[in-house]
Write a protein that binds this ligand. Structure first.
Ligand code: ADP
Length: 268
């Protein structure tokens, strides 16, 4: 260590070397300090935005419950109030999920990836599994067409699972029950691609430019109360980038959308 080194110093030249070492160490420390501070600032901004979003439904729930308790709500109106409260509670639970997701994305940024062999077919089945009940209730056909050569990539399984989960959830949310979902897997020289296609409402060209932005929601889906936060695609795209890939969209209004995630075979 440094103390032995200091004890060993015999010449001005050695002293100069040591000073250089110290300077270098200070610079490195400063740099990592700045990096930590930047990450911390980003995180704080995101949390403050989300906290703001969480306040809105809480305020609304509170005032509606107060109205009921103060006997301001007639018997006829009561179910409407309760349904609205239920919707707000669901929104709160979604926001909480997203908050959790966000923390995990931040953690991923701090190199918490687990890179190992990820079998594509297995990961896809795992992602679909959590929708089993919904698929049955909604009478959905899932057509899966995987390239014979698709096998595994070296990547982070949890990250890929999250992306697929978000894309499948959106495909189901923004298309009608009974319409199918098509999943295709393609292999390239040093990447693979998984695309998820729905035959739902689609996204206009103008709005396609914005859907990956944080908290962006297409006006129509906001109005029709699909429930959502506008974070799903943002978080998915963030994860895809961390994994060295990206997500792209192709869509036509009233025809449907295809979201394609591209991932390198090896994450360097
Ligand atoms: P949300 O929580 O609102 O679903 P996302 O970030 O997942 O947020 O998506 C952003 C917006 O993109 C959604 O509000 C929706 O309008 C649109 N969108 C996402 N996926 C689809 C899809 N498969 N079909 C149509 N619109 C979609």
């Amino acid at each position: 260590g440094y103390f032995e080194k200091i004890a060993d110093i015999h010449s001005p030249k050695e002293l100069a070397e040591l000073a250089r070492d110290f300077n270098h160490m200070t610079e490195q420390l400063e740099e990592s300090f700045n990096q930590i501070k930047k990450a911390e600032d980003e995180k704080n901004t995101m949390i403050s935005h989300l906290s703001h979003d969480i306040k809105t439904p809480i305020t609304s729930i509170r005032s509606q419950i107060e109205a009921i308790l103060d006997n301001m709500v007639s018997d006829i109106e009561r179910p409407i109030y309760l349904e609205s409260i239920q919707n707000q509670v669901m929104r709160l639970s979604q926001l909480t999920d997203e908050l959790l997701d966000l923390t995990i994305t931040q953690e991923n940024k701090k190199h918490k990836l687990v890179i190992k062999k990820v079998w594509i077919d297995k990961t896809l089945v795992a992602a679909l599994n959590s929708f089993q009940v919904q698929l049955k209730v909604e009478d959905r056909d899932i057509n899966i067409d995987l390239d014979d050569k698709i096998s595994f990539i070296y990547s982070d399984e949890e990250g890929i699972n999250r992306i697929l989960h978000n894309l499948i959830a959106n495909a189901l949310k923004y298309s009608l029950p009974g319409t199918p979902i098509k999943i295709e897997g393609t292999v390239y020289e040093d990447a693979i691609q998984i695309s998820i296609q729905d035959f739902g409402m689609g996204i206009s060209e103008e709005e396609q430019k914005h859907i990956f932005e944080r908290l962006y929601r297409v006006e129509k889906s906001r109005n029709q109360k699909y429930g959502g936060t506008g974070l799903g695609l943002y978080i998915s795209q963030e994860i895809a980038k961390i994994l060295g890939g990206n997500i792209t969209v192709k869509s036509l209004l009233e025809q449907g959308s295809t979201f394609t995630v591209r991932l390198p075979k090896k994450l360097h």
